[in-house]
Design a protein around this ligand. Structure first.
Ligand code: PA5
Length: 434
């Protein structure tokens, strides 16, 4: 179980205040599991974790094996909820530099359709030069502009390189089972498809093929990921403050009611950066509406202690922090002795790097709490495929409960349409004329 420590928030809120929220958390949790709240047609994610592999998961594994065998590069096309989850999973487990040295047998993984930058696109084209590659097109609606543009171009490249028939073997579509342009295209072209269930919104879709196919291509054990999520589903169903999900959801709501309107999610692992991005979308899109919501920000420590640290320590007191910790890996690094000791580091000689990291964490925690910032800490334990599944489910459930406590619909995102409407009008998209 993920251990949530809320002992460093008591300067700002009190235990009786937290306990007074019990009925509210209970009601929010029930609203979610009984499906009687706003957005209740988007609760399919609650039951995605399964004990044994589904037929879809077996097909995902087979597709992944094929891609691993015939591709130097696998390009994942998607944006928002159709992109952040798989990237978060792969970078957390394998590191930000996981692509270095990879090729056929264990392909490199790049992303497309997650923006409109020409520089990024040109770089991707250079990276694909002379490489065998396959693509996964991920879009629930099948009409999102950014991935649609990338799809058109990458599909044409594949068809030029391998012929229309050969390309079919390298194009995988992950989309709604019935609706949308991508579904129609995949059916007409005969591409292999995987499903995003209609009852699962983008930011809650990481445990569908959206996350699982790229993870499997990266060599992650998707059965272990699912088993971690399945255990989480049982573990975190508990209706009491012993449930760490309750602690996290309730404390962040209470802090928000006390004027702490910014949450910084911090990890001491650089590989956590994209997980932070996934969490940011999950909480930001779920809670930020009706003039309400905690603004989700992420930071990487210790790096950002040298940039954001000043603001956190002494800036406006409207923030709280959630610090995520993982156990160190079995392979430890040790600070060596140096006979000259010109850098004055010999006092650390023989100490492991994780020991130094641990003291940085403890020192930072104490400093920020002294500075008036409430800090929630999460001890994740060992980082592995199973833990990843648990982590995804933990945050999804916390978010659903937290958003219902806030009094908003956690499963819509009406605000996202505004930029699209303006952009379509400027682009002259038919139907969007003034
Ligand atoms: O969470 C969401 O719903 C969004 O971030 C979507 O995932 C994103 O806009 C991409 O949409 P689609 O999968 O329809 O292309």
């Amino acid at each position: 179980m993920i251990k949530v420590d809320i002992s460093n928030v008591w300067g700002q809120i009190s235990l009786p205040e937290l306990l007074a929220l019990e009925k509210e958390v209970f009601a929010a949790h029930n609203t979610l599991t009984e499906g009687n709240g706003p957005g209740n047609d988007f609760l399919g994610w609650l039951d995605l974790p399964v004990e044994s592999p589904t037929e879809e998961m077996k097909r995902i594994q087979l597709a992944a094996e094929k891609i691993r065998a015939n591709s130097d590069v696998f390009v994942v096309i998607g944006i928002g909820g159709s992109y952040l989850g798989p990237r978060a999973a792969i970078e957390l487990l394998q590191g930000c530099n996981h692509n270095i040295g990879k090729g056929k047998g264990n392909p490199q993984i790049f992303y497309a359709g997650n923006g409109l930058s020409t520089r990024y696109w040109n770089e991707l084209l250079r990276l694909l030069e002379g490489k065998d590659f396959s693509i996964a097109i991920i879009s629930k609606s099948g009409t999102t502009t950014e991935p649609a543009i990338a799809t058109r171009a990458l599909r044409a490249m594949l068809e030029k390189k391998y012929g229309v028939v050969g390309a079919k073997d390298r194009i995988f579509a992950i989309t709604d089972p019935c609706k949308g342009a991508l579904r129609q295209m995949a059916t007409e072209e005969g591409w292999e498809t995987f499903v995003i269930p209609p009852s699962v919104g983008g930011r809650y879709s990481v445990l569908t093929a959206v996350g699982l196919l790229p993870m499997a291509v990266a060599g992650i054990d998707i059965n272990a990921v699912m088993s971690g999520a399945f255990d989480a589903k049982q573990l975190y169903n508990l209706r009491s403050f012993e449930n760490p999900v309750w602690q996290y959801a309730a404390v962040r709501n209470l802090l928000y009611r006390r004027g702490k309107c910014i949450e910084i999610l911090e990890s001491f692992e650089p590989g956590f950066k994209m997980m932070g991005g996934w969490w940011q979308q999950l909480f930001g899109e779920s809670e930020g509406k009706d003039g309400k919501g905690i603004f989700p920000v992420t930071a990487e420590f210790t790096a950002d202690l040298h940039s954001l640290g000043q603001m956190i320590q002494q800036g406006e007191r409207n923030i709280f922090e959630t610090m995520v910790r993982f156990d160190p890996p079995a392979d430890r690094a040790v600070v060596s002795a140096d006979w000259k000791d010109l850098d004055g580091l010999n006092y650390l000689a023989g100490k492991t790097l994780d020991f130094v990291d641990e003291q940085a964490f403890r020192g930072t925690l104490a400093a920020h709490v002294d500075g008036g910032v409430p800090v929630i800490t999460m001890d994740m334990g060992q980082l592995n495929d199973t833990k990843l599944g648990e982590l995804f489910y933990f945050f999804e459930l916390s978010c659903g409960i937290s958003a219902y406590m806030l009094g908003v619909n956690p499963f819509n995102q009406p605000g996202v349409e505004f930029y699209k409407r303006n952009m379509f009008q400027l682009l002259g998209k038919p139907g969007y004329e003034k």
